[in-house]
Design a protein around this ligand. Structure first.
Ligand SMILES: [Zn+2]
Length: 460
């Protein structure tokens, strides 16, 4: 069986989902017989540049053409699809052979096409050409023979010399949205009569990162794994090496509940499974960002996520305190983007930095907030003025840190009349000293555990 990627490669302009602008402009050029001598397709990988180049080649050389609807069955169309047409020369500028081709190009370009209407040069990754090759190409572009069409494709437009750019008609190929990728995958699965869980498409689309080609290859892998069974989200996780979705929420819950043990256990499990921790951190950051967005704008339609994930994120948003969420994001992002970690390729280093960042975060989250201190001060003041004994409201929760969550600070409206002036924070209270002690103990336990579980030196 042909791979899905080959089977579902776009074959004519109507197949070019997502690239409507390029498809329409090229169709117009053919319809109004206004065919240029050089086209430049630019955009990230896997967005249909080469496929479009082949469709354009078919449109120009089809026996029934030039036509906006190449027949797909004449000898020219078939040869172009197979990549065997003598008159459609595909070269990859990144390879040595590509450079040789360009060297010969200046002479060969003058020979008429063997059988077809046009001689078409498709040069992929054109930004990789050497200066010498660019000069050879430029000479040809300055005075192109009427039977020649160049289609240049690149992922790095800024590396193309201005002299070349000015002689090409350029078309931007945009990355596909998650929705477009999911729709295409759903279409393919329907065509293949393959049963699947709706939720299974999302992680595939996300991993493909805007590339339709990558998305379909990934789908191919998962479909092969599923065999005759229904394709599930769990299968996608296994094949693509993506941690299951619930794990992310378990992790978030562990942070919210100050449950260091569970959080560290999840990191340990991910490491054991050989998961990419950096990727996990990035996914957690994305989830936290989305929770925050949905907390602010609950009906945000631009978030490209599945309905069930949206429900889960809204639920999380209700459970989280906004400031704590921000502290979570800031701490993790600072760690994720620190230069020393960026240059490190060792997963053990990422793990240590990750765990220490979490300890730092737990420390931040358990430290009493200014508003909590103010409310306590207010309580003491009113107790003094009324002569009634002062009742410590949050003492119980503070003593049992960090396993239990600190009670959310009371929403006290502080006006200039209720609190005359903001005093300096007092020195450490007995509770705070106790808290510092338990934190130090926790860190010592963590260090001991690390040395136990790792065979090598933790500093080596
Ligand atoms: Zn044809």
């Amino acid at each position: 069986m042909a791979s899905l990627a080959v089977k579902y490669r776009p074959r004519d302009f109507s197949d070019l989902v997502g690239q409507v602008h390029a498809a329409q402009s090229l169709k117009n050029a053919i319809e109004f017989k206004n065919i240029g001598h050089a086209y430049l397709f630019y955009g990230s990988r896997g967005v249909g540049k080469t496929s479009t180049a082949r469709i354009l080649a078919k449109a120009l050389n089809c026996e029934k053409g030039p036509t906006t609807e190449p027949c797909g069955v004449c000898s020219h169309c078939i040869e172009i699809t197979k990549g065997t047409s003598m008159d459609v020369i595909e070269m990859d500028a990144a390879s040595n052979r590509g450079i040789d081709h360009i060297r010969d190009l200046r002479e060969n370009v003058w020979f008429a096409p063997m059988r077809a209407r046009y001689k078409i040069y498709i040069i992929d990754e054109v930004h990789m050409l050497t200066t010498e090759s660019f000069n050879a190409l430029l000479k040809t572009l300055e005075e192109p023979p009427s039977h020649v069409v160049f289609i240049l494709a690149t992922t790095e437009m800024h590396k193309i010399p201005e002299t070349i750019l000015s002689r090409c008609q350029s078309f931007a190929f945009r990355r596909f949205s998650l929705k477009e990728i999911q729709a295409r995958l759903a279409f393919i699965l329907k065509e293949e009569k393959k049963e699947y869980e709706e939720e299974a498409l999302f992680p595939i689309a996300e991993k493909a990162d805007g590339s339709m080609r990558d998305a379909i290859s990934l789908l191919d892998q998962v479909a092969a794994f599923a065999g005759k069974e229904k394709m599930t989200v769990a299968m996608v996780g296994v094949v693509l090496g993506i941690p299951r979705q619930e794990l992310f929420f378990e992790f978030l819950d562990s942070i919210r509940n100050r449950n260091t043990k569970t959080a560290f256990h999840i990191i340990h499990t991910l490491s054991e499974e050989g998961q990419n921790l950096r990727r996990f951190i990035w996914d957690v950051l994305t989830i936290v960002k989305n929770i925050t967005v949905l907390k602010e704008i609950p009906d945000n339609a631009e978030l490209d996520i599945s309905p069930s994930l949206r429900d889960e994120l809204v639920k999380q948003g209700q459970a989280w305190d906004s400031r704590e969420l921000m502290a979570f994001f800031d701490t993790l992002f600072a760690m994720y983007s620190s230069p020393s970690l960026y240059t490190s390729s060792r997963s053990s280093e990422v793990r240590i930095a990750f765990e220490m960042a979490l300890l730092d975060l737990f420390d931040k989250l358990t430290r009493p907030s200014v508003s909590a201190l103010l409310s306590r001060l207010k309580g003491l003041e009113s107790a003094l003025s009324s002569g009634m004994p002062y009742e410590e409201k949050t003492a119980a929760s503070q003593k049992s840190l960090p396993e239990k969550r600190e009670a959310a600070p009371e929403k006290t409206v502080i006006t200039s009349t209720t609190v005359p002036a903001v005093p300096q924070p007092p020195g450490p209270t007995p509770e705070e000293m106790e808290e510092a002690e338990s934190r130090a103990l926790l860190e010592r336990e963590f260090m001991a555990e690390e040395v136990d579980t790792q065979t090598g030196s933790m500093f080596g």
